[in-house]
Design a protein. Structure first.
Length: 725
C-alpha cells in the first residue's frame, strides 16, 4: 500500500468522495485546506486568504478559492504567481510536499486526487468573478494574466511589481533615456587604457562598453570571472567621461542585498581601487581615484527601510540622490525589492546589476536576475550592437553570439565567460561546470562522475552513512585533508592545506593575549580567529533533520566538545568561547546585518568598579572573564565590533550553515553536505551555489544514494511573467 493513501480500504471511498466535493462545496474545501495546513503542506496565511475572499464574495466558486490559496502559497515557495496549466499537469508540486520530517502516515488527499477531473477551461471559467479577479489594472485582489493556454494567477501586488519592472527597464533601454550616451569613439581610448590588449575577445571590456552606453545593464558570470574587477573599471570609465567633459563627478552608490554581501564587496572594491592604474585616463589620476566610490550599503539602508511597513523612504516622489547605482549579488534581489529600487531611481540615473545568473534565486518571491539573463549564454547581439562594440573595444564579438533578431534587453547584458579562479586543473570549477551542463541526463551524469573521479587536487568526494558519527566528527574537526587526491605537505604551496574547525579553535586558544594586554592586542586576536574561521565551513541544504542545520550544529558541537576544543557544559550553556554565530535579522542599532558571522570570545572582565554591570551570561575562569562576540566592522576597514551576547536577539549557531545563507560568502575550504533522502529543495542551483562557495578546497559529502545526480537534474523553475522585455 502506497504512503499517499489511507491505511484502511474502507476509508478510501469517503476520502475520494470528499476530494470531489471540495471543488464544489465550500465547507468541504475549507476542511481540506485545514488538513493541508495541519500537515504543513499549506500555510495558515494561504487558507486565511481564501477565507477572506469567501467573506468578501460569498458566492465565489470553490475553484476560485482553491486557486487563490495556491497562488498565495506559491509566494512562500519563491514563485510570483500560479501557472494554472502547469498546476494541472503536476498538481502535487503546487504544495510544499513533503515538508521536512513528514512521515507521510495517514495523509490528507493530495492535489492530484482533488483535481483529477478538473480541466483548464473549467478552472478559467470559475475565475470569472469581476469582484475578485481582473485581467489588468484595477483594485481586485487577484489578477489573471498570461495567455489562454498558459494563464497565470497573481496576487495583485505581485502582478503590479512585474508590470513596474517591465515598464521601468524598458524605459531605460529606450532611446529617449539614452540621448546623452557616449559614442564609441569617446569610449575607445579609455577602455584601451583600462584593459590591456588581449588576443581573444575580452568580455570584461565588452561589459564595460555595453554598460557605458545604456541606463540599464546586467553583468553576469560565475565565480572568478571578474565581475568586481569589471565594475571597478566601469566606475573609472564613467567618472573619467564625466570629468573629461568638465562636469562634476557622478554621484555613484554601491549596494548589495545583505550585510555580508555588502561587506565583501566593500573590501574587494577598496582593494581594487587602490591598485587600479589610472595613468592616461585623466589629467589628475588621483582625483579620479578619489571619486570612485568604495563604500557599500545594503539595499534596505540605501532605500530607507521603514519599520513595520513594506514602503521605503525613497520612492518616485522622493528619488535617490544619485546618478549611478551598482547592485552586487543581484540574484538575491526579489521581485518586490527590484520594483522598489527601480521606482526610487531618478529617470536619468544608470542602474547596473551584477551577479551570477546560475546561483540560487532570492529567498522571497521571484528570480529577477535569472529571468533577465535567460538568453545571456547566447549573447543575441544584433549587427548594430556588434558593430558598435567593434568600434568601442577594437574587437568583434564571436559569431555565435550574434543574432539579427536580438531583443533590446539582450543588448544590455554581458556574460563574463572566463574564470580566473577555477582553471582547467580545478576540480571545483569542473564540477560546477558539470552541474550546470545543459545536456541529456546520461551525458550530465557522465560529466559529473568524470569530475568527481579525475583526482583533482582541490576536490574530495566523501560518502557518509547516517550513523557514521566518527566520520562526521573527523570532517568537522580536521577537514580530512588526507582525502584530497595527491595531497602532500607542500602541494599547492600558495594555498594552506584544507582544515576543519580545530584550526580556528586552536588559533583562539593559542593566540589569546594575556588578560592585562591592551585592546589592540585583543582586536588583533579577534581578527586572527575570524580569519581562521573563514578557512572552513559546513554547508547543507535543509534546516531540519540529522543532515540539516539543526542536526549538524548539535552533532558538530558534541564532536568538538569530545575533543575538548570547546566547553558548552554538554550543551547546557548557550554561550561559550568558540561559539560561532550567524546574524539572522538586520540590527541597525548594533550595525549588524543579516548574514554577518561573529565568534564568541572570552575577554578580561571589567574592573571591579564596573563589576555590577556584568551580564548574567558572563562566564569563565572564576568570573574573571566576560564573553563578547567579535564581528568584523563590515565597513571595509579591519576594525572589530565587540558585542555583549545579551544584546544579540537574532542569532543562531553556525557550525553548519544553509547554502541559502552562504550566498555572498566564500570559504577557503567548504564541505557541502547533501541529505540522505530526496527533497524538492535539492536543485541544480543549490548544489552549484554550495560548490562555488569554496575558494580553494571543496569536500562534497553524500549521505544517500544518488542525491547529487538527482539534484543536478532538478532546476529551480520559478513561475513568473518576467520573460522577454
Amino acid at each position: 500500500m502506497t504512503p499517499d493513501i489511507p491505511n484502511h480500504a474502507t476509508d478510501q471511498a469517503p476520502e475520494s468522495a470528499a476530494s470531489e466535493r471540495a471543488l464544489s462545496d465550500h465547507a468541504t474545501l475549507f476542511a481540506l485546506l485545514d488538513r493541508w495546513v495541519d500537515r504543513g503542506w499549506l500555510r495558515s496565511l494561504d487558507r486565511a486568504f481564501a477565507a477572506f475572499l469567501h467573506r468578501e464574495v460569498s458566492e465565489s466558486s470553490p475553484l476560485l478559492l482553491l486557486a487563490a490559496a495556491l497562488a498565495s502559497h506559491q509566494l512562500g515557495r519563491g514563485h510570483v504567481c500560479l501557472d494554472l496549466a502547469q498546476t494541472l499537469a503536476t498538481p502535487d508540486l503546487a504544495l510544499s510536499l513533503p515538508p521536512e520530517g513528514d512521515s507521510l502516515e495517514d495523509p490528507p488527499p493530495l492535489p492530484s486526487r482533488v483535481m483529477a477531473a478538473l480541466d483548464l477551461d473549467a478552472w478559467r471559467a470559475a475565475l470569472a468573478q469581476p469582484e475578485l479577479v481582473a485581467d489588468g489594472p484595477g483594485s481586485t485582489p487577484l489578477v489573471l494574466a498570461g495567455t489562454a493556454a498558459r494563464p497565470r494567477l497573481y496576487l495583485r501586488r505581485y502582478w503590479q511589481h512585474e508590470q513596474d519592472i517591465h515598464s521601468r527597464i524598458f524605459a531605460r533601454l529606450g532611446g529617449t533615456e539614452n540621448d546623452d550616451a557616449p559614442d564609441a569613439a569617446r569610449l575607445r581610448p579609455i577602455l584601451d587604457a583600462l584593459f590591456p590588449r588581449n588576443d581573444t575577445f575580452d568580455w570584461q571590456k565588452a561589459a564595460c562598453a555595453l554598460a557605458g552606453r545604456s541606463r540599464f545593464a546586467v553583468i553576469t558570470g560565475g565565480p572568478g570571472t571578474g565581475k568586481t574587477t569589471t565594475v571597478v573599471r566601469l566606475l573609472a570609465l564613467l567618472q573619467a567621461l564625466a570629468l573629461g567633459k568638465g562636469d562634476d563627478a557622478l554621484r555613484i552608490r554601491l549596494a548589495a542585498p545583505t550585510g555580508k554581501a555588502a561587506a565583501r564587496l566593500n573590501e574587494s572594491i577598496a582593494g581594487q581601487v587602490a591598485r587600479l592604474d589610472l595613468a592616461g585616463l585623466a589629467d589628475d589620476p588621483e582625483r579620479l581615484r578619489e571619486v570612485i566610490p568604495k563604500d557599500v550599503s545594503t539595499l534596505h539602508r540605501l532605500l530607507g527601510s521603514r519599520p513595520e511597513t513594506r514602503r521605503f523612504r525613497h520612492d518616485r516622489h522622493n528619488p535617490l540622490p544619485l546618478d549611478v547605482l551598482v547592485v552586487d549579488e543581484a540574484s538575491m534581489v526579489d521581485v518586490g525589492m527590484m520594483a522598489a529600487m527601480l521606482e526610487a531611481l531618478p529617470p536619468r540615473a544608470r542602474l547596473v546589476l551584477l551577479g551570477d545568473k546560475d546561483q540560487l534565486a532570492s529567498v522571497e518571491a521571484g528570480s529577477v536576475l535569472g529571468d533577465l539573463c535567460a538568453r545571456a549564454e547566447g549573447g543575441h547581439y544584433t549587427p548594430a550592437t556588434a558593430e558598435w562594440l567593434s568600434q568601442a573595444t577594437g574587437q568583434t564579438p564571436p559569431a555565435d553570439t550574434l543574432d539579427a533578431n536580438g531583443q533590446p534587453l539582450d543588448q544590455a547584458i554581458a556574460m563574463l565567460r572566463v574564470s580566473h579562479r577555477f582553471t582547467a586543473d580545478s576540480g571545483i570549477g569542473q564540477l560546477a561546470a558539470a552541474i550546470n551542463l545543459e545536456a541529456e541526463p546520461a551525458a550530465k551524469r557522465r560529466a559529473i562522475t568524470e569530475a568527481l573521479n579525475a583526482g583533482f587536487a582541490d576536490l574530495s568526494h566523501h560518502k557518509l552513512a547516517a550513523d557514521d558519527e566518527r566520520g562526521l566528527a573527523r570532517l568537522a574537526v580536521t577537514g580530512c585533508p588526507e582525502r584530497f587526491a595527491h595531497h602532500q605537505p607542500g602541494t599547492r604551496a600558495a594555498t594552506a592545506p584544507p582544515v576543519g574547525y580545530r584550526h580556528f579553535l586552536s588559533v583562539m586558544t593559542e593566540r589569546r593575549p594575556a588578560d592585562d594586554a591592551d585592546q589592540q592586542a585583543f582586536d588583533d586576536w579577534a581578527r586572527a580567529v575570524l580569519a581562521a574561521h573563514g578557512d572552513f565551513q559546513l554547508l547543507c541544504a535543509l534546516r531540519r533533520g540529522p543532515w540539516g542545520v539543526e542536526g549538524l550544529n548539535e552533532r558538530v558541537r558534541q564532536a568538538l566538545e569530545r575533543e575538548k576544543l570547546i566547553d558548552s557544559q554538554d550543551g547546557r550553556q548557550r554561550w561559550y568561547p568558540g561559539r560561532p554565530v550567524l546574524v539572522t535579522k538586520n540590527d541597525y542599532g548594533l550595525g549588524l546585518m543579516n548574514g554577518d558571522i561573529g565568534i564568541t570570545l572570552d575577554m578580561p572582565r571589567p574592573d571591579s568598579a564596573h563589576a555590577s554591570q556584568r551580564p548574567n551570561n558572563a562566564l569563565g575562569d572564576g568570573n574573571r572573564r566576560l564573553l563578547r562576540v567579535a564581528f568584523p566592522a563590515g565597513d571595509g576597514t579591519d576594525r572589530i565590533k565587540w558585542v555583549l551576547p545579551s544584546r544579540l536577539q537574532a542569532v543562531e549557531t553556525v557550525f553548519a550553515m544553509t547554502v541559502h545563507k552562504s550566498q555572498g560568502s566564500e570559504f577557503t575550504h567548504a564541505a557541502l553536505v547533501l541529505p540522505d533522502a530526496p527533497n524538492p529543495i535539492l536543485t541544480r542551483e543549490l548544489v552549484y551555489t554550495g560548490i562555488t562557495r569554496a575558494r580553494h578546497w571543496l569536500t562534497l559529502v553524500e549521505t544517500g544514494r544518488g542525491q547529487l545526480m538527482d539534484a543536478a537534474q532538478r532546476r529551480v523553475m520559478r513561475v513568473s511573467g518576467l520573460g522577454t522585455i
